[in-house]
Design a protein around this ligand. Structure first.
Ligand SMILES: [Zn+2]
Length: 329
């Protein structure tokens, strides 16, 4: 995945921060230990000096081998002395080594000439943040979702009420978020405006991010115009690949499907996104005010049948909550 310059910069800054933290903590540990064991100071200084001595040896000719042997021997003695101190202080033997967040690359981002997985994780995290910058992702959670706004009125005449139905949907979404993984099923949340679809899908997205997954959220309109700009070379930011991100992110949340300006391009792209992600087994959450029938009308039966056949359908019901909240103020 290719990212914008900004994402790389942020990831590198975080690696720098981690490295500095490891170094600072090490010098704190060292200083405190020297207070308790003053002889440690000379040992550490001598060990550091041995490093410079070894460099000097290069110009020494015949005597070099013997000199290096001597240095090595002295170095081992110092290490033993330090170990003895650590043991008597009941401290682990790596106490005077830097403790990096990632031991594999020592917080440099590369190990053995390859990009380390910790660096990849950071890139993913900042790329997600960048794409979600316009969304209220951090503002929605399961805790601030209230079933009180849904009336206790009968739904079908089979004992089911609006509140009960929404209770089932709430529980399902909460469980879905708890168990979320790259192999989770895709969801279609459909029903009138203002029934909590965006709220619950963002709550799921928030939990997935907490688990370390790359989540991309956007309204159908925003995501599709981003794609369109990229496809037709109208985007200034060439380092960000919208299509690749939408097709490959761990969770894609498309909000308000059906409100975008519909063209041949958007209809084809919607099918491509839905189909490609289903084939890769990656979860997508789609929210729409359209009924299933209208979905079919707008995006062709091909799109609708992929969704109906493969997605878990969640039918939201009740009355516009935003309206109810406004009236109760
Ligand atoms: Zn690493």
């Amino acid at each position: 995945m290719a990212y914008s310059e900004n994402v790389y910069t942020k990831a590198k800054e975080e690696l720098d921060r981690r490295r500095r933290k490891a170094e600072t903590e090490l010098s704190e540990r060292r200083s405190e230990l020297i207070l308790r064991y003053p002889e440690l100071k000379d040992l550490l200084r001598e060990m550091a000096r041995a490093g410079y001595e070894a460099v000097k040896v290069i110009g020494m000719g015949a005597d070099a081998a013997e000199y290096i042997e001597k240095l090595k021997k002295r170095n081992l003695e110092i290490q033993d002395d330090i170990k003895t101190i650590l043991k008597s202080a009941n401290l682990p033997l790596d106490y005077l080594e830097p403790h990096y967040t990632c031991e594999n690359c020592e917080d440099t981002g590369t190990a053995g000439g390859r990009i380390c997985s910790c660096y990849k994780e950071l890139l993913k995290k900042y790329a997600t943040e960048e794409l979600c910058a316009s969304s209220p992702l951090k503002l929605s959670s399961f805790e601030d979702f209230s079933l009180d706004y849904y009336p206790d009125t009968p739904l079908n005449g089979d004992g089911m009420t609006v509140r009960k139905q929404m209770g089932y949907i709430f529980d399902y979404c909460k469980k879905y978020a708890e168990d979320f993984g790259r192999d989770s099923v895709s969801l279609l949340m459909y029903g009138e405006t203002g029934l909590g679809k965006t709220h619950l899908s963002l709550a799921i997205g928030g939990e997935a991010i907490k688990k370390g997954y790359g989540v991309v959220y956007g309204s159908a309109h925003n995501l599709l115009s981003r794609l369109e700009n990229e496809r037709f070379g109208r985007t200034a930011d060439k380092s960000f690949e919208a299509e690749k991100t939408l097709l490959e992110c761990d969770l894609l949340i498309i909000d308000d499907l059906g409100t975008e300006f519909s063209t041949q391009f958007t209809v084809a792209e919607i099918y491509n996104i839905i189909n490609t992600r289903l084939i890769s087994g990656l979860p997508t959450i789609i929210n729409t005010n359209l009924s299933i029938a209208k979905l079919e009308e707008k995006y062709s039966p091909r799109v609708a049948s992929r969704i109906i056949g493969e997605y878990q359908l969640l039918r939201f019901c009740g009355r516009d909550i935003r309206q109810l909240k406004r009236n109760s103020l």
